[in-house]
Design a protein around this ligand. Structure first.
Ligand SMILES: O=C(O)c1ccccc1NCC(=O)[C@H](O)[C@H](O)COP(=O)(O)O
Length: 267
């Protein structure tokens, strides 16, 4: 794994140790009604648009995009919703990505869309923190523990989004009860991006679903900069895309989101 990811995992471990929260299995996020991401994807597709999950992303390893305090996160999310995003992803990792749980709360309070918590979940106690509709679980990090994290996330009322980058991780994901599989085009060893990752893995998920009578929503994640990139991964079998950097680097998040949402016409 790339040094920057090892660093993130170490700092996350330290942060979680300080949490000290107990796990209450019987207590699914009582404070709110979950927003249905799967229904939202179907509605956007039926309307002839691309389901785009737009990300509030202040920074990434070696790159700073913009300072995003909670009020700015809420404003960005509102622009994304107005432009037709299907859901909002909020980075909550406070170190390298400069995200926060406060941003997550501010975004969810502002928009009506489902909200994804994007972080490095390594400890069950993180599922006791601030609420979101979806939560990212990374197969390459959780390994054999993935299945139990998916079960706990479901018990707690989250829709888990299991992220994979290769065939081994995909096998782990398909053994769980997740309905959402994210194919990350970014390699965690090199941080290099290759959209061919979606082209390789999406057909395997389709094949699995046909053989097993199951149905997964496939989300292509990372490295999309243009409508052509979106068309390429949708053509490969993705149902939705997740985009961060290209939006954060644009002059108008509203216009750029619209461009992605309208990049494929189904009708
Ligand atoms: O964004 C990074 O450079 C990164 C590096 C190492 C681990 C994770 C990383 N990003 C987290 C994400 O999953 C992305 O923010 C998300 O998929 C959007 O990607 P992009 O459109 O390329 O910003």
């Amino acid at each position: 794994m790339h040094d920057s990811i090892l660093h993130i995992l170490n700092t996350t471990k330290i942060r979680v140790q300080a949490l000290g929260v107990e796990i209450h299995n019987e207590d699914p996020q009582p404070q709110f009604l979950k927003r249905d991401f799967i229904a939202a994807v179907a509605a956007v597709r039926a309307d002839g648009r691309v389901p785009v999950i737009t990300e509030v992303k202040p920074a990434s390893p070696g790159k700073s995009f913009r300072d995003i305090p909670p009020a700015a996160a809420a404003e960005l999310a509102w622009e994304m919703e107005e432009a037709g995003a299907v859901a909002i992803s909020v980075l909550t990792e406070p170190g390298v990505f400069r995200g926060s749980l406060e941003n997550l709360k501010a975004v969810r309070k502002t928009v009506c869309l489902p909200v994804l918590r994007k972080d490095f979940i390594i400890d069950r106690r993180q599922l006791e923190e601030a609420g979101s509709d979806l939560i990212l679980l990374i197969a390459g990090i959780l390994g054999k523990e993935l299945d139990s994290f998916v079960d706990l996330a479901l018990e707690k009322g989250f829709e888990p989004l299991v992220e994979v980058h290769n065939r081994e991780e995909l096998e782990l994901a398909l053994e769980t009860d997740t309905k959402l599989i994210g194919i990350n085009n970014r390699n965690f060893d090199t941080l290099k991006i290759d959209l061919a990752t979606t082209e390789e893995l999406a057909p395997l998920i389709r094949e699995y679903d046909l053989d097993h009578g199951t149905s997964h929503i496939i989300i292509s994640e990372s490295g999309m900069n243009s409508p052509e990139d979106v068309r390429r991964v949708m053509q490969a079998g993705a149902d939705a895309v997740l985009i961060g950097s290209a939006l954060m680097e644009s002059d108008s998040v509203f216009e750029k989101t619209k461009e992605f949402v309208q990049s494929v016409c189904w009708r």
